[in-house]
Write a protein that binds this ligand. Structure first.
Ligand SMILES: *[C@@H]1O[C@H](CO)[C@@H](O)[C@H](O)[C@H]1NC(C)=O
Ligand SMILES: *[C@@H]1O[C@H](CO)[C@@H](O)[C@H](O)[C@H]1NC(C)=O
Ligand SMILES: *[C@@H]1O[C@H](CO)[C@@H](O)[C@H](O)[C@H]1NC(C)=O
Ligand SMILES: *[C@@H]1O[C@H](CO)[C@@H](O)[C@H](O)[C@H]1NC(C)=O
Ligand SMILES: *[C@@H]1O[C@H](CO)[C@@H](O)[C@H](O)[C@H]1NC(C)=O
Length: 401
């Protein structure tokens, strides 16, 4: 008991300290953003403490916290909600109740959570998918792929690909009255990473090429081979997404090895044989001038790690690692980037590369935006920004799918 009180007291002091850390000026609802930012920082501190005293692994505290927000599959007057399995992988389906006049569009939804935590059943995502289903008369399919560190790369991707291919079969689409020419793949944050890769793999597969009409990527992470992009430098300490926390957690998807984490923090984690990949993420070439500011390009240091992680050079790990000929088949793309987000430049670089090869991209840049906002649309602290991003995304679907 004394130990628990001590932890509680310590968390409160840390929380008060972080609550007063400075945040960018044009952020809306600054105290709510400060509150969320301070919460992430306290969780990270406590997770480090618990790991050091041998109580639990660092990532465990993050995954435990997200479980509280999971909802049951509850149908409402407009939408039937079903938890089932596609290809042995748990999915949640949203099927509109009203009889369609013509075949329905569909959205395949891949949730965020750094490949380590989260679920499509989390309340904020459940609300978003329900709303999408109702507003568009669409079938929405949420995928609960396997999570790291228990299931490292490529488990999450394999699950998303299997579910998507299962759903895209003629007989399954017919069962839910889905129009095969009106299907979008959507993901937020690391779900955006997976959505972008699934889209690449399917659009380069003759069997599925015509089955994906569009992709929607909400503040996606698209690479971690260069961890010093200008946005990584400017927003290393948040708000909300913190460089150290992100690299610690993301590394666990690649390999269960702390030397990879330490090296990625120094931007010295890539092997010598990855040199050819850096031209695909060179911010000096792809970032619009406005975002370069006074930053000076420094190439990452290669070949410092003795261990080699084959996943790091695998283009299925990060969608920015493919060449231009693999990008040119991609469908209509909607990308949301937020100004005050560590992952901002990942999105901006992808937009430039896609446009360079003639892919049609609709870019929604949110000047006052912070990372993860659509996850903060329920619960005790709700961001108006989350509703704004959600409704802009749904409006885009209404107009384009
Ligand atoms: C059902 O749809 C109507 C019309 O879009 C909406 O007003 C109502 O709030 C919806 N009900 C629920 C439970 O979402
Ligand atoms: C990761 O490695 C640590 C020790 O190096 C081990 O205790 C843990 O079980 C491993 N986790 C997984 C998921 O393999
Ligand atoms: C990145 O671009 C800059 C400027 O165009 C160039 O000097 C540098 O060599 C490039 N680095 C790589 C690894 O492509
Ligand atoms: C890597 O190899 C070098 C030289 O072979 C050695 O000095 C160093 O201790 C090794 N580092 C690790 C982390 O194993
Ligand atoms: C692009 O990558 C694909 C797959 O790795 C490869 O088959 C193709 O030859 C590459 N194209 C170019 C122009 O490098």
């Amino acid at each position: 008991m004394g130990y628990k009180s001590l932890c509680f007291g310590f968390s409160c002091i840390l929380f008060a300290y972080f609550l007063y850390s400075p945040i960018p000026e044009n952020i809306e609802e600054p105290w709510k953003v400060r509150y969320l930012d301070a919460t992430v920082k306290v969780v990270s501190y406590m997770a480090t403490l618990f790991e050091n005293i041998g109580l639990m692994k660092y990532e465990k505290l993050f995954s435990t916290s997200s479980v509280f927000y999971i909802t049951q599959a509850v149908s409402d007057e407009n939408v039937t909600v079903i938890d089932t399995y596609f290809s042995n992988i748990p999915v949640r389906l949203y099927v509109p109740k009203r009889k369609p006049e013509r075949k329905r569009p569909a959205v395949i939804y891949i949730h965020g959570g750094m490949f380590l935590f989260g679920s499509c059943k989390i309340k904020a995502y459940d609300n978003m998918n329900r709303l999408t289903s109702n507003k568009l008369g669409a079938v929405v399919l949420g995928i609960n792929y396997r999570l790291a560190p228990k299931y490292p790369f490529p488990a999450a991707l394999d699950d998303c690909v299997s579910v998507t291919k299962f759903f895209l079969q003629d007989k399954v689409l017919a069962k839910y009255r889905v129009d095969p020419t009106r299907i979008c793949i959507m993901g937020d944050s690391s779900g955006g990473t997976l959505a972008a890769t699934v889209t690449q793999l399917l659009r380069n597969d003759p069997e599925f090429r015509n089955r994906i009409k569009a992709q929607a990527l909400i503040y996606p992470g698209l690479q971690m081979i260069d961890t010093f992009l200008p946005s990584h430098r400017e927003y290393a300490h948040g708000p909300i997404l913190i460089r150290e926390v992100m690299l610690k957690l993301l590394s666990l998807y690649v390999a269960n090895d702390s030397s990879l984490i330490q090296a990625s923090l120094r931007n010295e984690h890539m092997p010598e044989e990855s040199r050819h990949l850096f031209k695909f993420v060179n911010w000096s070439d792809f970032l619009p001038e406005k975002y370069k500011k006074n930053h000076v390009y420094t190439a990452p240091v290669l070949g410092k790690l003795n261990a080699s992680y084959p996943a790091l050079v695998d283009s299925r790990l990060f969608p920015l690692l493919v060449n231009d000929s693999q990008l040119q088949n991609l469908p209509l793309t909607y990308i949301v980037t937020c100004e005050h987000d560590l992952l901002r430049d990942d999105g901006l670089i992808y937009i430039t590369r896609l446009r360079n090869v003639g892919v049609q991209v609709i870019h929604d840049h949110i000047e006052e935006g912070v990372h993860g906002a659509i996850s903060f649309t329920t619960g005790s602290v709700v961001l108006q920004l989350g509703f704004k991003i959600r409704s802009r995304y749904i409006r885009w679907l209404e107009e384009n799918l």
